[in-house]
Design a protein around this ligand. Structure first.
Ligand SMILES: C[S@@+](CC[C@H](N)C(=O)[O-])C[C@H]1O[C@@H](n2cnc3c(N)ncnc32)[C@H](O)[C@@H]1O
Length: 319
């Protein structure tokens, strides 16, 4: 890799915090953890495995939409842009945009999963030798000082994967507002999972191969690896029902018996049947998501959706 093009992934001061977050969340009543802690290198690899599951329609539908509408998206973004991706993951979807854009100037992927980000950015640097790269290991829910790259004509945000669904509607609005400010007037391309038949949603988060269950349990496995904890993974069940009133998948780890686990200097007690809330995944209609975007100060300009109305991609411009 050309050292002039890319500093080592820059860690933000606020990245990490897993030990403190786990301790606080498991001592709360009811127990609750942020889904951002799923993502160490192992969690990122498990998410990649989820993306190719037959039940997980989200990734293949969003990729097909990006491919089909790449030229139109590229013309809305314009030439010479710096693309800023929030929660960049495997960096696969951005390649579709980079290949369609007119002379993209640079790419700034932000992800909390630093080791994984480092590994995938290496390959991107080889494949796109003219692109300026600025990978950032950080938490996009916290302030990140993000001036536009010198030489870029504008910034454009990219937030695929329906990661926005992991936030409550009010928190999603606040996050979109912060992203708008970070993008210095640039637009945002955001992928959003749509409300649909609960059976399709339920299957997507309860796959037959048990990969989503392993992803959920990675929170505890990660604590065992990093924090010298001793959670018994077999003594917790993955439980992910769809709540149709709140229009969200709710994900839990449920203790299958009364038990305790070592964490730090103390122990965490679990009653039989006690649940740890680990993730929500909110679903939206095109209209309900646009309302949130407008409250965040964006003007919704374009939306693309597949024929089966499974998934939508919105192009939002700053007002
Ligand atoms: C649902 S995955 C989506 C990955 C990829 N963008 C895609 O569309 O396939 C969420 C990604 O966001 C990252 N992530 C989750 N919470 C984050 C946070 N608060 N700050 C930065 N990255 C985060 C995870 O590490 C993961 O790569």
């Amino acid at each position: 890799m050309d050292a002039r093009r890319m500093e080592a992934v820059a860690p933000c001061a606020q990245a990490g915090g897993f030990a403190r977050g786990l301790e606080e969340g498991l001592r709360r009543t009811p127990k609750e953890l942020s889904c951002k802690y799923f993502y160490d290198a192992e969690g990122s690899a498990l998410f990649d495995a989820i993306c190719v599951l037959p039940e997980y329609y989200q990734t293949r539908t969003e990729v097909a939409l990006l491919r089909r509408h790449a030229a139109e998206i590229a013309s809305l973004i314009g030439p010479g842009a710096e693309m800023v991706e929030f929660g960049a993951g495997a960096l696969r979807k951005i390649r579709i945009l980079l290949d369609a854009l007119d002379s993209p100037h640079g790419y700034s992927p932000i992800d909390i999963s630093g080791d994984y980000l480092r590994s995938v950015v290496q390959q991107l640097a080889v494949d796109y030798p003219a692109l300026a790269l600025r990978p950032v290991e950080g938490d996009f829910t916290l302030p990140i000082n993000f001036a536009m790259m010198p030489g870029a004509t504008r910034q454009a945000g990219f937030f695929p994967g329906s990661t926005i669904g992991n936030f409550s509607p009010d928190a999603a609005m606040a996050l979109l507002r912060r992203m708008r400010e970070m993008l210095n007037g640039g637009g945002l391309l955001v992928g959003v999972d749509l409300v649909k038949d609960p059976a399709i949603l339920h299957a997507a988060y309860n796959d037959a191969a048990g990969v989503t269950a392993a992803f959920n349990k990675n929170l505890l496995a990660r604590a065992n690896r990093e924090l010298d904890a001793d959670f018994d993974l077999d003594a917790f069940a993955h439980y992910a029902p769809y709540n149709p009133r709140a229009q969200r998948i709710e994900m839990y780890l449920v203790s299958l018996k009364r038990q305790s686990a070592r964490l730090g200097d103390g122990r965490i007690e679990f009653a039989a049947g006690e649940a740890v809330h680990t993730e929500d995944s909110h679903k939206y209609s095109i209209e309900s998501f646009r309302e949130i975007a407008v409250r965040a100060g964006f003007a919704p300009r374009a939306v693309w959706c597949d024929d089966n109305r499974l998934f939508a991609i919105h192009w939002l411009e700053s007002r």
